[in-house]
Design a protein around this ligand. Structure first.
Ligand SMILES: C[S@@+](CC[C@H](N)C(=O)[O-])C[C@H]1O[C@@H](n2cnc3c(N)ncnc32)[C@H](O)[C@@H]1O
Ligand code: SF4
Length: 370
């Protein structure tokens, strides 16, 4: 399976916690950026010819912050350059403060069929503190415009003084809006972001408090009919994100645009995080990549385990043995004994017990060969 990721590095304003490649002050470059993006799409299609896309994901930044003619243009360009599977999943990320009826019409007309909306919290005072551009009501206006479509919402936990009850109410709001998918992320205080000083000052919730809320969230979402299928992701009636599933199972994907990463033919590569550097490279027919690594041997094996164990399905031992011509049980005999209490083995599938998924990092790291 092949996925395509398109990065749109523009936002109306920067949220206090975010260190993604998104630049509110660069809005004047939207038109020239998209011209470069179209060119990279064409270039990558020549580099990897005759490939069929199963998923497209337009992320950012805030794709819905730019004129929808650019988004439509990007999808049209992709259709010209690649074959797209019938029924392909085509997702766009939306900030509730940026959507209007015309944009929805334009998105649907080019085949976008999944909408991932950044809610973060259903409380206006918290939204304001995070420097979000919208209110809880804007979220409902947004889901109303997208009624009947496949929708997901992002929710953050770990905010200052946040309680489980508040997170549940935020989830209720998302469900009232009609989402069939939820991503519930533990807030990461990234160095250099405004919220990092709150973290240093001990204002954010601690790890144990976040873990406790997370347990409450998992139980609450189960009650509401949402299954957890990955550490931070939940869906109803099988509406998981095909695009993200492909990442976790080491499927191939091409990423275009600023900061976008790709995994093709065992090579992981990432584009420049700077808009001007990226655009200059494309304009002068140079590679926009700033890093490139061929993943083989133990690194490939570790990736297989690390990514697969994030999901509730876990990893297939048979697939591991076939892919790497290896004997998993022999190779990890000691670790399987040492970490056995955290793991479940069913047939050829190995997974982390659901109650330990939240602390999966420690378990996964033990599979890394020094
Ligand atoms: C590109 S944004 C989503 C679309 C749009 N830009 C928005 O914010 O509404 C991706 C998501 O990443 C999550 N995110 C960003 N920074 C984060 C951080 N420091 N810790 C945890 N989650 C974060 C937020 O939940 C956010 O909705
Ligand atoms: S709107 Fe989204 S991408 Fe933009 S700064 Fe906020 S969280 Fe980051």
């Amino acid at each position: 399976m092949l996925g395509l990721y398109i990065h749109v590095p523009f936002c109306k304003q920067k949220c206090t916690y975010c260190d993604f490649a998104s630049f509110p002050k660069e809005m004047g470059k939207v038109e020239s950026y998209f011209a470069c993006l179209y060119r990279e799409i064409e270039g990558r299609s020549k580099q990897y010819p005759n490939r069929r896309l199963s998923t497209i994901y337009i992320g950012g930044g805030t794709p819905s912050a730019v004129d929808s003619k650019f988004i439509a243009g990007a999808i049209r360009k992709v259709r010209q350059c690649f074959e797209i599977e019938d029924g392909a999943e085509i997702t766009i990320e939306i900030n509730p403060g940026t959507l209007d009826e015309q944009k929805v019409k334009d998105y649907l007309s080019v085949g976008i069929n999944r909408f991932s909306i950044g809610l973060q919290t259903g409380f206006d005072d918290q939204l304001k503190k995070l420097n979000r551009i919208h209110t809880a009501k804007d979220f409902l206006l947004c889901t109303n415009m997208l009624k009947g479509q496949s929708m997901s919402a992002d929710i953050l936990i770990g905010l200052e003084d946040q309680t489980l009850d508040q997170v549940k109410k935020s989830i209720d709001l998302a469900i009232a809006g009609g989402v069939n998918h939820l991503s519930v992320y533990a807030l990461t205080p990234e160095v250099g972001t405004p919220i990092y000083s709150d973290y240093l000052n001990g204002l954010l919730l601690g790890d144990d408090e976040v873990a406790e809320i997370y347990d409450g969230v998992v139980a609450y979402l189960k009650e509401k009919g949402f299954d957890r299928y990955e550490v931070s992701n939940f869906c109803k009636d099988g509406h998981y994100s095909r695009h993200n599933y492909n990442y976790w199972y080491r499927g191939e994907y091409i990423g275009v645009g600023v900061s976008a990463s790709s995994f093709m033919e065992n090579r992981r590569f990432t584009n420049s995080f700077k808009i001007d550097e990226y655009m200059n490279a494309i304009i002068f027919n140079k590679s926009p990549e700033i890093s490139s690594d061929v993943i083989e041997g133990d690194d490939a094996k570790f990736e297989f385990i690390m990514l697969g164990l994030r999901t509730t399905k876990g990893i297939s031992i048979d697939k591991y043995n076939n892919t790497f011509n290896a004997d998993f049980d022999k190779e990890y005999k000691d670790i399987l004994i040492k970490k056995g209490k955290f793991l479940i083995r069913e047939g050829d599938m190995l997974r982390i017990k659901p109650e330990y998924l939240y602390v999966q990092n420690d378990i996964i790291l033990s599979f890394m060969k020094s």
